[in-house]
Design a protein around this ligand. Structure first.
Ligand SMILES: Cc1cc2nc3c(=O)[nH]c(=O)nc-3n(C[C@H](O)[C@H](O)[C@H](O)COP(=O)(O)O)c2cc1C
Ligand code: SF4
Length: 332
């Protein structure tokens, strides 16, 4: 992926820890989660989203990367995640605001904060960063016509709506050496009224590639209650890999590694989406909450699907937890 070699094609998709202090400093309980994930065999871990601006957090216990005092905890996080040859990328985010309400100065400030956070991530020892442009947060709201009604250069046309994202991608690429991967999680479907045409996401992917982005993870733009990003009840193979159509379309048009996330549960389906040319890497969130050592088990010959039943009961403002896991593991 860019200049980074991964030991396999499995990715842990960003999963917000909700375990930081009110100042965004990581608490002790976070580190064992990442140690376990790295020990479990996954090639690339994408951290939970970190706020780049303390005024625009996504929750009271979100991890911060907005200030220098966050760096010591982040250094430790990067270090423990690296066990076992795993690579780790920090996800950068800013909470959802209405694009229509923002002044040009506020937009430029948001862009500068993403770039400054990327520089901090490199200083902390991460292997790369991922820009979060999905799930109803700031950047995905700019992308979708159902949220962005601006008539200036940051709205109006598809190019205008993607301008903020591309400026951030360009700013990160300019400020970080080429060896340091910059990824993007891109909302490609509008969960509200389906107002984002597929060709627009293809054009955004191409613009990201031109800006020097190293890989794109495919998800949804505005999902409100997460129903579309983390779909429930993935109980039959047909429901797995639910962003395949979008991933395939983008992979066919843009020459950049594509990461597929969303409902992947079975090894044979993960193999198929790669051999069918839908994506280059497979990414999961909830299966790793329930089974951090899933990849080791698959490498050892496990054939049955992940035991995650996609009930979404792991969402918890005090930190994700699988309600179906008991005992010591539950402490994660
Ligand atoms: C508890 C929880 C926290 C999440 N936090 C984030 C996050 O910080 N950033 C992000 O991009 N997606 C986040 N997601 C969404 C996942 O990364 C993923 O896109 C979604 O769950 C679908 O993948 P899955 O079916 O493998 O769970 C979160 C999901 C869960 C369940
Ligand atoms: S609570 Fe457990 S089984 Fe349910 S979605 Fe979360 S990880 Fe999967």
């Amino acid at each position: 992926m860019g200049h980074l070699t991964l030991k396999n094609r499995f990715v842990r998709s960003a999963t917000g820890e909700s375990r930081a202090t009110s100042d965004g400093i990581l608490r002790e309980e976070v580190f064992p989660i990442y140690e376990n994930l790295a020990g479990g065999g996954v090639g690339l871990i994408i951290t939970g989203h970190m706020y780049v601006d303390p005024e625009w957090k996504c929750g009271p216990r979100q991890t911060g990367i907005s200030d220098e005092y966050h760096i010591p905890g982040l250094k430790r996080l990067a270090r423990v995640s690296r066990g076992n040859g795993t690579k780790v990328v920090a996800q950068l985010n800013s909470a959802g605001r209405r694009p229509d309400d923002m002044t040009i100065d506020e937009i430029r400030d948001a862009s500068d904060r993403f770039v400054a956070a990327g520089i901090r991530a490199r200083e902390a020892g991460f292997d790369g960063v991922q820009i979060h442009a999905a799930h109803g947060f700031l950047l995905s709201r700019f992308l979708t016509p159902s949220e962005n009604h601006r008539s200036d250069s940051y709205g109006g046309t598809a190019e205008g709506r993607r301008r903020l994202l591309i400026e951030i991608a360009t700013g990160l690429r300019r400020s970080l050496e080429p060896q340091f991967p910059v990824l993007c999680k891109l909302g490609t479907v509008d969960g509200r009224d389906n107002s984002l045409p597929p060709e627009e996401s293809v054009a955004t992917a191409k613009a990201l590639q031109a800006a020097g982005i190293d890989a794109i993870e495919i998800s949804t733009t505005f999902s409100g209650d997460y129903a579309q990003a983390a779909a429930e009840k993935i109980d039959v193979p047909e429901k797995e890999a639910y962003f395949s159509v979008q991933a395939r379309t983008i992979k066919q048009s843009a020459d950049i590694p594509i990461i597929l996330v969303g409902g992947l549960r079975s090894m044979d389906i993960m193999q198929k989406v790669i051999t069918d040319g839908i994506c280059d890497m497979v990414s999961m969130s909830r299966p790793f909450i329930r089974e951090p050592d899933l990849v080791n088990e698959m490498e050892a010959g496990r054939t049955h699907r992940s035991s995650c039943v996609s009930c979404n009961k792991c969402y918890n403002p005090d930190g994700f937890r699988c309600v179906h896991v008991s005992g010591r593991d539950r402490e994660q």
